[in-house]
Design a protein. Sequence first.
Length: 126
Amino acid sequence: MDPNAPLATPLPPLLPAGFESVEPFVGEWVLPDAVSRLLKRQGSTIQDIRRFYDAMLPLGEKALDYLRGFQLGAMPPEAERLLKLMLSLAEVGPAVEWYNDPHVYDGFDVHRIRYHRQIADTAAQR
């Protein structure tokens, strides 16, 4: 190896500092919208949901404190990913806390939900 060769540029962080423990969940649980989160919950086992939930829940307050420092529409990418992890946590919370199952059996039939307009999770609010 050439000692004068430039060092590789480090990759930008996936998540803000202090949230490294949940980086393994970024690829699977950072999802673009509410429909994707719903489908992910329904398509996952309760064991996979619980692993994600158990990793995220202890960081919830810290994540919310961090995210309060940003306006929607003006977040750096690592903050957007953290927000989307928190939105996924909100999606799976009832599955863990109330039902112990990815499906909600006594609620509104999710197959009847039709989104006429999707609002981006991280878009600026007016």
